[in-house]
Ligand binder design. Structure first.
Ligand SMILES: *[C@@H]1O[C@H](CO)[C@@H](O)[C@H](O)[C@H]1NC(C)=O
Ligand SMILES: *[C@@H]1O[C@H](CO)[C@@H](O)[C@H](O)[C@H]1NC(C)=O
Length: 183
């Protein structure tokens, strides 16, 4: 890909909330807020674009992408770690799997289409599905949660993503994300 802008934008860390059909006791990274089964999740999302073991890989681009300041036309496939703490080495609770496209000609704006596949405790094997717009330089980015499986059947709601830290030197950005599915 060769663009320093691109490399500097995409490693993230995540933080979120979930409301779904599951009944649940507090567990590790979540707590039940209401009888209506509103759960609050806080996770960190690591989107590693560079290095020897990237979790985000480019699979397509347009002939004009290289000359686009916003990398318009890029398609990336992701299998990003979701962790309990901000460090990549902290407890792995799931993976963000799917793809995003660089879909704006006027800013760095993504269409994100991904599942959060949980691997921890009672949530192991359950997923939520997120489809929405992520303008990565906007302070708070909101994306809809459009469904779920397992303990998250019938889930709907929203995610809010915030950049937590941003390291121009290594290209590592940290994004804070809130997910609030609502049924
Ligand atoms: C875009 O640039 C990269 C190197 O930065 C190059 O490998 C690739 O072929 C270029 N793509 C196009 C469509 O020109
Ligand atoms: C999650 O489920 C898979 C498949 O059932 C199992 O192999 C794995 O050990 C489980 N992981 C945890 C952390 O419970």
């Amino acid at each position: 890909m060769g663009s320093s802008l691109f490399k500097s934008v995409f490693p993230f860390i995540v933080f979120f909330f979930v409301l779904a059909i599951s009944e649940g006791k507090p567990h590790g990274f979540s707590r039940v807020l209401k009888k209506e089964k509103l759960s609050h999740f806080r996770l960190y999302w690591h989107d590693i674009v560079g290095g020897s073991n990237p979790s985000a890989v480019q699979v397509a681009a347009a002939p004009t992408t290289n000359t686009s300041a916003t990398l318009f036309g890029t398609v990336m496939v992701i299998d990003d770690a979701l962790t309990e703490g901000p460090e990549l080495s902290s407890k792995l609770v799931g993976r963000a799997q799917g793809f995003y496209t660089l879909s704006s000609q006027s800013e760095v704006g993504l269409l994100m289409s991904m599942n959060f596949a949980f691997m921890e405790g009672k949530y192991n094997g359950s997923t939520i599905t997120i489809l929405g717009r992520n303008a990565v330089f906007t302070k708070v980015r909101e994306m809809p949660v459009i469904g779920g499986s397992g303990l998250f059947r019938f889930a709907r709601g929203y995610v809010q993503a915030r950049t937590h830290t941003f390291n121009l030197k290594t290209g590592d950005a940290t994004s804070l994300q809130n997910t609030k599915p609502h049924q």
